[in-house]
Design a protein around this ligand. Structure first.
Ligand code: CO
Length: 175
């Protein structure tokens, strides 16, 4: 089921999400709803707090290029990450990021290049993942959500000011 996305500057986006302790059908429904919501908005990642659920749950689905040049995001390609912990990171990378909670805004953000993460899957099984490409960036962006942080908080003072002005203007135009 597609759920509503919490949009900046909603204060719920600042909440620090809580650890998951039961890997039950309620969690599985949450993961399924997160997938439906992310796909409906053509997103590549979503944290549970973005649909107003303060649990340490995130999903990532990086589109595959098929031969027709159409982006595909098959369900089985979705990474489901619960209670993630960054155990190692190194290097620096800059990449353009966007966020379903700040729609239409894209900014270059500096992050670690390489990360190694320990997490649990939907059944509570312990897993590990590492990456130094786009997945690494997506993981760091979504883990920030679990800690109540948004990518726009990483902008310089001047760029943040510019963003706030632009955002106010856009919000006014859509009311
Ligand atoms: Co986001």
């Amino acid at each position: 089921m597609v759920r509503d996305i919490v949009i900046y500057p909603d204060k719920r986006l600042k909440v620090v999400s809580k650890e998951v302790t039961s890997f039950d059908s309620e969690l599985h429904t949450l993961l399924d709803d997160m997938y439906d919501t992310m796909i409906s908005k053509k997103g590549v990642g979503l944290a549970a707090i973005q649909i107003a659920v303060p649990k340490r749950v995130l999903i990532i689905n990086i589109p595959l290029d098929d031969e027709n040049g159409k982006d595909e995001q098959p369900r089985e390609n979705t990474l489901e990450i619960i209670n993630p912990v960054i155990v190692e990171k190194s290097g620096i990378n800059r990449h353009q990021e966007g966020c379903l909670s700040v729609p239409g805004i894209y900014e270059n953000i500096e992050r670690a290049k390489y990360v190694q993460i320990e997490y649990q899957d939907r059944y509570g099984k312990k897993c590990k993942i590492e990456d130094d490409g786009f997945l690494s960036i997506a993981l760091q962006h979504e883990i920030d959500h679990l800690n109540g942080k948004l990518f726009i908080e990483k902008l310089s003072f001047i760029k943040r000011k510019k963003f706030e002005k632009e955002w106010k203007k856009r919000r006014k135009n859509t009311l």
